[in-house]
Design a protein around this ligand. Structure first.
Ligand SMILES: Nc1ccc(Br)nc1
Length: 446
């Protein structure tokens, strides 16, 4: 027989609504390419990590700030050929504005400092933990978002600020069990590059572009680096001298080449002597090849690496004394770092240092009769009022189910609300670890 639109026989009118309407469609339940969900077990690890970020920031007297994930694209448009620019997650909004998902936090921080102007007193010590984005066309399976911890000191020209920032990162590492045997900091100053470029009369405006090219020295063949430097306007002689200086691994040798009068050597010597006083000399080394890939750094730059050499940089940062003035703000010195949430977790996994983090609830409360559901809600509310966590069983369930759930949520106590006990104003308590059980007046329960 002919089937009607509901798949039934002709003449027989289906009373139920059509099984499949136009609105229903099977959606992709995975998150967008390059992004992550945080189911409870991953969220617990993320919260643990962020709690340590926040605790260290508190120990160092920093104030928390945040900014919109969506920013004007103009904040990130720099002409130095940075990867961060090539991968900008940008679009035109419905108001025809060019906007971007922030790829980093520093420009937003600079914008807010300028916005605050004279209403804030320097130095500012601000920190943020925020999601940052990049759009990689060729998703080589790489992520398009990560969370970054940033700490920034605004208004301090001396390298005491950089020494403090490095100390904060080391404090974080110590909190989570990472030692100087696991990781190290490579430290240099872009003033090294600057002094070499000046010796060869390379114009200042090429500085950022040259730094971005040099940052790729470990990732690209040397002849590509040389060609890029030549295209950027450097002579063969300047390139050779630059590469020679970049291979220096000791401050003594650097001083021999650059002399002791320049800012680069002075800054680095002071930083290493402060490190001695902080007690973290074992964590750091001078390495002239460190330049970092952001165009706006102007002085000390540093990055943290895993000594086994298996992972990408764990974090990085430096001084950016010109950024605020390039945004039209005053000439205010600044330095900071970014610390992503991904590589550190890979390192902790490598080192067997991931913390055991289970869901835990102090109480599971269950009515033994459906007429006592209200009473169970009162018990739950009483306990919650005393700061106790409660998983309230919300439907009539067999006790076997309740015990299974109690085990699954790592409940410490089972509170049973039964008719006989409740008539006496009492509830049943079972300590799930020991099996001990007793009855108690509700107002005595704590
Ligand atoms: N800048 C940036 C943003 C997002 C990811 Br994932 N990596 C780097």
């Amino acid at each position: 027989s002919a089937s009607n639109q509901n798949g039934g026989r002709s003449g027989a009118r289906s009373l139920s609504p059509s099984p499949v309407s136009d609105d229903l469609q099977k959606i992709d339940v995975n998150p967008p390419k390059g992004t992550r969900d945080f189911p409870p077990e991953d969220m617990r690890l993320r919260n643990w990590l962020f709690h340590n970020f926040q605790e260290v920031s508190r120990l160092f007297g920093f104030e928390e700030v945040d900014f919109p994930v969506l920013e004007s694209e103009a904040l990130f448009i720099r002409k130095a050929g940075e990867e961060i620019r090539d991968q900008l997650y940008c679009f035109e909004d419905r108001g025809n504005r060019r906007v971007a998902l922030r790829p980093e936090l520093t420009p937003s921080l600079a914008r807010l400092v300028i916005q605050k102007g004279k209403s804030v007193s320097l130095p500012l010590k601000w920190f943020a933990v925020g999601q940052c984005w990049r759009y990689e066309r060729m998703t080589r399976g790489r992520r398009r978002e990560h969370y970054q911890w940033n700490m920034d000191i605004i208004g301090v020209p001396a390298v005491t600020a950089e020494a403090e920032l490095i100390s904060s990162i080391i404090t974080f590492f110590k909190r989570i069990g990472i030692t100087a045997s696991d990781v190290g900091f490579r430290i240099s100053s872009r003033k090294v590059l600057q002094e070499v470029l000046r010796c060869h009369s390379i114009p200042e405006h090429l500085f950022g572009k040259v730094c971005v090219i040099i940052d790729k020295i470990e990732k690209l063949p040397l002849d590509v680096i040389k060609n890029d430097l030549k295209s950027a306007g450097m002579s063969e002689a300047a390139i050779e001298e630059l590469l020679r200086v970049l291979s220096i691994k000791s401050l003594t040798e650097l001083e021999e080449i650059l002399g002791g009068a320049g800012e680069a050597v002075a800054d680095l010597k002071l930083l290493f002597s402060l490190a001695e006083k902080f007690g973290y000399s074992d964590w750091i080394q001078f390495d002239a090849s460190v330049v970092r890939g952001l165009a706006y750094y102007t002085g000390i730059v540093f990055e943290c690496f895993d000594r086994d050499g298996k992972l990408r940089a764990i974090c990085g940062g430096g001084r950016y004394d010109q950024l605020l003035s390039t945004f039209g703000g005053d000439d205010i010195p600044a330095c900071g770092f970014g610390f992503g949430d991904a590589v550190i977790l890979e390192l902790l996994k490598e080192k067997g240092l991931l913390p055991p983090l289970n869901h835990q609830v102090e109480n599971i409360v269950c009515a033994l009769d459906h007429n006592l559901q209200g009473a169970a809600s009162m018990v739950a509310t009483t306990l919650r009022g005393k700061g106790q966590s409660v998983d309230l069983v919300l439907e009539s369930k067999p006790l076997k189910w309740v015990f299974k759930r109690a085990a699954r949520i790592n409940a410490q106590r089972l509170i049973l609300v039964g008719t006989t006990e409740w008539q006496k104003g009492m509830v049943g308590v079972k300590i799930l670890s020991s099996g001990e059980q007793y009855e108690i007046k509700l107002d005595k329960l704590e």
